[in-house]
Design a protein around this ligand. Structure first.
Ligand SMILES: [Mg+2]
Length: 240
């Protein structure tokens, strides 16, 4: 007679949560990623850019809009076009375009607890400026959760999706791309991240800017590892 026979156990249920156990560096875009596009901050920044161009070139808002979009398409940002073609001081431009009303932003405790649970280092990676990022993070009450803010100055005015900027910030963080995840509402900005080996998450927030950008690279399904409509819900749901 057998003693102490162990009854067969059923196999453990499969864990179907998105697996982020390989990630130790968490990289977040700022605008329309950490807050919803419906807050309309980016629309205000966009309008300030148009106004800056109109003032500088002494043209109508409609003409300024054309110039702005042309520079965005041909130089990566409106700012790069203004710096290269008109010698604009980037600090003057950045403080002008970020002079906006952020009162629509409120403390986001659900997102704060979602980010707080992520192990390792956490960063902001924005084509905007640190001053604006500080103000946004402060209103959302998320500032204490991040280790560093990489802004347009950090990346030497080579904005996402310029692959050089991704290499630069990863080097600064001492991070292997394979151990980094990037969260972005602009799908095209995930293309270089994917090429480097980062895990990519596209925030589908329905904003105009979350669709394909006007310039290459064009993002396709293969560049996106995960899609999320609600960042906090997604971060609470992942396996870490
Ligand atoms: Mg964005």
């Amino acid at each position: 007679m057998q003693i102490g026979t162990i009854a067969p156990t059923s196999p453990a249920p499969q864990d179907s949560r998105p697996d982020f156990r390989h990630v130790s560096h968490w990289v977040f875009d700022l605008d329309n990623t950490l807050y919803p596009a419906s807050s309309d901050l980016f629309a205000q920044i966009d309008a300030r850019m148009t106004q800056f161009v109109a003032n500088l070139l002494k043209v109508s808002p409609l003409q300024a809009r054309d110039v702005q979009k042309t520079y965005y398409r041909e130089h990566g940002t409106t700012l790069n076009g203004l710096m290269r073609l008109h010698g604009v001081d980037p600090d003057v431009y950045l403080s002008f375009v970020h002079d906006i009303d952020r009162s629509a932003l409120k403390a986001d405790t659900h997102l704060a607890s979602a980010i707080a649970r992520l192990p390792g280092k956490r960063y902001i990676f924005t084509n905007g400026c640190t001053n604006h990022a500080d103000k946004v993070l402060s209103r959302l009450e998320l500032a204490h959760l991040f280790d560093d803010i990489w802004d347009i100055r950090t990346i030497a005015y080579r904005p996402k999706p310029d692959p050089a900027s991704y290499r630069l910030v990863l080097e600064r963080a001492g991070a292997a791309p394979q151990a980094a995840a990037m969260f972005e509402d602009a799908a095209r900005n995930l293309v270089p991240a994917h090429a480097l080996g980062m895990t990519t998450v596209w925030l589908k927030n329905g904003s105009e800017w979350s669709k394909q950008g006007p310039a290459n690279p064009i993002a396709t399904r293969e560049h996106i590892h995960f899609e999320a409509e609600d960042l906090a819900l997604f971060l609470h749901s992942i396996r870490i």
